[in-house]
Design a protein. Sequence first.
Length: 200
Amino acid sequence: MKNITTTITPKQINELIKNRRTIFPQECTGEQIDDKIIWQLLENATWSPNHGKLEPWHFFVFADNTREKLGDFLIKLYKKLTPKENYKEEKATKLRDRMSQSSHIIVVVAKTNQNPRIPEIEDIEAVACAIQNMQLSATVYGLASYWGTGALVYADETHSQLGLSKNEKIVGFLYLGVPKEGLIKEATRKPIQEKVVWIK
Ligand SMILES: Cc1cc2nc3c(=O)[nH]c(=O)nc-3n(C[C@H](O)[C@H](O)[C@H](O)COP(=O)(O)O)c2cc1C
């Protein structure tokens, strides 16, 4: 039995949660992150809550030249899925640049329906928590992270390119990188009082 206490103070965790910001690849230097840190982020992902001990998360890590290959694949797919009149060369360039500006791209997958008692949504929820664990960890390491989704991420072609089965769902692409110096990110949230009904 492990001691469940932690040396992290309430002030530290409050600050970490509030200061985590999405930092996009275009706000990164393109420098490489040590693979050991990536492994630690992945390890932290696995400590997320999950129903039925299913640990439904799976990860595909792209780095170095496989980042480019992923970029090439997404550009081809963008061309394929976009009607000619809507196709924008800048979007294709952005897809390519995103890869070189990032250090690692983690494709995060939820394996669902492993247990008939656990609804699919719960596996996806657990994997979303795993992504949050990685984003919070990235913040502490001073790293940028961006959780991207969209038509290309959810496309059948992306699913089959990764060799996924019917029960496996892509929950997002997590772009990780080294943020440019002096970056200031503003964010707001509505007052929590607007979202809470405290039943008395
Ligand atoms: C499920 C999910 C999907 C997301 N997909 C995108 C996306 O496709 N493009 C994007 O710009 N941001 C995406 N985001 C990131 C949000 O835009 C980002 O979290 C939001 O701007 C709030 O900023 P913050 O993370 O700094 O608080 C996604 C976030 C979640 C939770």
